[in-house]
Design a protein around this ligand. Structure first.
Ligand SMILES: [Zn+2]
Ligand SMILES: [Zn+2]
Length: 307
């Protein structure tokens, strides 16, 4: 062998090793998780890292955090009414569309419907990440309508991650159900107005939108389960442990301050590739350069309201 090629091989091997180490490195170390997130799986808070004196006097997280209490009190009757209406409309539209779809299901189209389901899950995971990232990173509680009604739960969730486990079905799912209403209304409209031949031609596409709506609607319930360390049904734990829905340990990575990664909360499948592509960081940099707005300013402001 030509001896001049040996240093090149060594260089290439070192570069490959460095790249592999970077790719395989954990997104957050155990120490970062313990130091910069709330322990939700340990009711006695027996952290391996001793809390600092400041932390034991003024809580950084949890229901006693002053900012969290202030945000919880902003949950209004008007908001509750909007959530109840959205749950009602969603259940009606979902039942109607499911009926129209189920009566057309054929055994021979099962494999294509499963592929549509897989595409639906992946799209829902991406949408969950995009919406979660946008709400966590930009805007403020002061924004009219949007702030108190739709950004408030995101701010509260970072300083008191366990609050979601105390929310009932309506508060947990109302907003996600609302997001699916336009798509479900369009599907119902198509079923009622299109000739059967058109419905058959578009059937796979219809199944994709229907399943996407189901996964988007389920997302915050799945997210709630990822924060529930006690009393979960066995089948939910099975789905989490097999990474079919957002696993608990996986979602802890998002809850490490400053909450800048792992935004996808349906299955979490896209979190790792998006982090390795630095997707959120690049998006934030572009927005900051073009608008001058800094990410997570409002989130940080609420985190500071400790006492
Ligand atoms: Zn978040
Ligand atoms: Zn969470």
């Amino acid at each position: 062998m030509d001896t001049s090629t040996v240093p090149h091989i060594e260089l290439a091997a070192t570069a490959a090793c460095t790249m592999a180490t970077k790719i395989l490195a954990p997104v957050k170390t155990e120490r970062q998780i313990y130091e910069n997130s709330m322990l939700e799986d340990d009711p006695n808070a027996n952290s391996v890292v001793r809390p600092s004196k400041e932390d034991s006097n003024t809580p950084r997280w949890g229901p006693n955090h002053r900012g969290a209490q202030e945000l919880a009190n902003l949950y209004s009757t008007g908001k509750r009414t909007q959530e109840c209406i959205c749950v009602g409309i969603f259940i009606t539209l979902m039942a109607v569309n499911s009926f129209f779809i189920v009566i057309r299901l054929r055994i021979e189209s099962l494999s294509s419907i499963l592929i549509a389901a897989l595409c639906g899950i992946v799209t829902a995971d991406f949408i969950s990440g995009l919406v979660h990232w946008a709400a966590d990173t930009w805007g403020s509680i002061e924004l009219p309508i949007l702030g108190k009604n739709f950004l408030r739960p995101f701010r509260e969730h970072h300083i008191d991650p366990t609050s979601i486990t105390r929310h009932d079905f309506i508060e947990t799912n109302g907003d996600n159900f609302m997001v699916t209403i336009p798509a479900l209304s369009k599907l119902t409209w198509d079923f009622l107005t299109l000739p059967e031949s058109d419905i058959q031609r578009r059937f796979l596409w219809i199944c994709y939108w229907w399943q996407l709506a189901i996964f988007v609607a389920l997302t915050n319930q799945i997210h709630k389960w990822s924060h529930t360390y006690f009393g979960l049904p066995g089948w939910v734990v099975w789905l989490q442990e097999h990474r079919i829905i957002l696993p608990r340990r996986h979602h802890r990575v998002h809850h490490v301050a400053p909450h800048e990664t792992y935004f996808c909360i349906t299955t979490g499948w896209l979190n790792w590739p998006l982090e390795k592509l630095r997707f959120w960081y690049v998006l934030e940099t572009i927005i900051e350069l073009t608008t001058g707005y800094k990410p997570r300013v409002d989130d940080f402001k609420w985190a500071q309201k400790r006492s």
